[in-house]
Design a protein around this ligand. Structure first.
Ligand SMILES: [Zn+2]
Length: 173
């Protein structure tokens, strides 16, 4: 476990260096300010800088994959679709207690969506939002690789549990 963390951090460090070269600094600063586990910050940063290994990205790299979403069969397979507009994600967001429901979802890009949320949500709500997006991504991968569908309630509770546990731990340090 420990070895894996070190490897993750090394990989992430390389990504950050590449990102700094591209001038993504501001995104990282905003993501880094969130009081959420490192893996969630890494995930969010990748989603915001369009580096998640979504099918549209693989398609761009000419890997032969279907670009259709396997859950709703729409033709969009971007981070924004997967984490926000897909019915699979929307079923989880419907359980989210916060102001996300009232957000206009015009943003077609995940980073723009993140910025919208930053403006509309409190810090605590934004942290819950970030962990929920991470939980959706994980549940989706579980569906894709293990053919196991997680109930929206379970995804939502898992996200809340992870955040509470992390913040409690941080408070005691
Ligand atoms: Zn979909």
């Amino acid at each position: 476990m420990r070895g894996r963390n070190v490897k993750d951090i090394m990989l992430f460090h390389n990504e950050l260096l590449n990102s700094a070269a591209r001038g993504d600094g501001p995104i990282w600063n905003e993501v880094w300010a969130l009081n959420v586990p490192l893996k969630v910050r890494m995930f969010l940063w990748r989603a915001c800088s369009n580096c998640l290994p979504t099918r549209d990205k693989l398609h761009q790299r000419r890997v032969r994959v279907e670009t259709q979403c396997e859950l709703c069969l729409q033709q969009a397979k971007t981070a924004h679709h997967i984490l926000w507009e897909c019915p699979f994600a929307q079923n989880v967001w419907a359980l989210f207690r916060g102001r996300t429901q009232k957000c206009s979802n015009r943003a077609s890009d995940f980073f723009l969506l993140f910025q919208q949320m930053q403006r509309k949500l409190s810090q605590q709500e934004l942290e819950k939002w970030a962990v929920t997006a991470w939980a959706i991504w994980n549940a989706r991968n579980k569906f894709y690789f293990q053919h196991f569908q997680t109930h929206p309630n379970v995804i939502s509770e898992m996200a809340s549990g992870l955040l509470e546990e992390y913040q409690r731990l941080m408070d005691t340090q």
